[in-house]
Design a protein. Structure first.
Length: 318
């Protein structure tokens, strides 16, 4: 086990409390690593109490010499930040001494303002992608990733993706086994690697009742099964006709279309994050064969599975 790594989380005025969640993977890693793997500090320009966007404040240390920090994370709020020149200067200096820097969600704007994303790959919240591209055309923005590590610069999509980013850092530092233990300790549904898309099919089908939500959850967990309309109707305790009507009313699509979208999402994740044969991926995602999966990908993604696998590049999260 390497020595203790100092982590500095820089928060800005009106920061979002969700940004503080990025510290949790490091805390859980400490618990399971058999000692102190990380030493986490909250930092700000002024030090002292920093007010969040919701009002409550948290105590911070004043930004000073950052050369002793292994990792610097930058958290902003829910609007495009306007960093001071002093903060940008600190981050520029930190980029020369820290092993890695990360912009969480809209914190990517701050790293870009500091000139640290020029010529690099990065991501940020999908909603702000057009604004980001207009302001920083020399950055290769990829909103199809929940986080990106390009060299020593990391960026995450939304605030919750910062948790995935931090787990990814734990994996880089201490290996896959500890990262998986941390993910289980945080009760994450699954440990998401950086290549996962920002959107989820379950979010697209946001049902309003527990009955239909339970069907969606069941389908997501049992994609290998046939999942016919009759099967799903039985889960909902409705007749197939009643179920189809209720499902379409709440999700806007038929049960078959929703299942297809979830299967494509699951298969896409396996294509990007594994080297399993395409035939095995098709079976694991519930497609009868690779040709049916290919046609489904063309309908949902507009691309065939091989194209997506080639675009994913190496298995690493970079």
């Amino acid at each position: 086990m390497a020595g203790v790594r100092r982590i500095g989380l820089v928060i800005c005025p009106d920061f979002d409390f969700m940004g503080l969640a990025v510290t949790s993977p490091f805390a859980v890693a400490n618990k399971y690593a058999g000692g102190s793997a990380y030493d986490v500090h909250l930092l700000s320009e002024t030090g002292g109490l920093v007010r969040s966007g919701l009002g409550p404040a948290v105590g911070t240390e004043r930004l000073g010499d950052l050369s002793s920090f292994d990792t610097i994370l930058v958290a902003a709020g829910i609007g495009v930040p306007e960093p001071s020149q002093d903060l940008l200067a600190h981050l520029q200096e930190a980029s020369r001494s820290a092993r890695r820097l990360a912009g969480l969600c809209l914190g990517a704007f701050i790293l870009a303002d500091a000139g640290l994303l020029s010529g690099r790959r990065a991501t940020t919240h999908w909603h702000y992608a057009p604004q980001f591209r207009a302001r920083y055309p020399d950055c290769n923005l990829d909103i199809n990733k929940i986080y990106v590590a390009d060299g020593n610069i990391w960026t995450s999509a939304g605030m919750s993706a910062g948790i995935d980013l931090a787990v990814g850092m734990v994996e880089r530092d201490h290996g896959r086994e500890l990262a998986q233990t941390v993910a289980r300790g945080l009760v994450m549904e699954r440990r998401r690697a950086g290549g996962q898309a920002q959107h989820s099919a379950l979010l697209d089908f946001d049902a309003s009742t527990d009955r239909i939500q339970s069907v969606l959850a069941y389908a997501r967990q049992h994609l290998r099964l046939p999942l016919t309309t009759e099967d799903l109707a039985a889960i909902a305790c409705l007749s197939p006709r009643q179920f189809t009507r209720a499902f379409r009313a709440e999700t806007g699509v038929s049960p078959a279309k929703a299942v297809e979208a979830m299967r494509v999402e699951a298969a896409k994740h396996m294509l990007e994050q594994s080297r399993l044969p395409i035939e095995e991926i098709a079976a694991a995602a519930g497609f009868a064969n690779r040709e049916r999966m290919r046609r489904a990908f063309l309908r949902v993604q507009g691309e065939v599975p091989r194209t997506i696998r080639r675009a994913a590049g190496p298995l690493a999260i970079v």
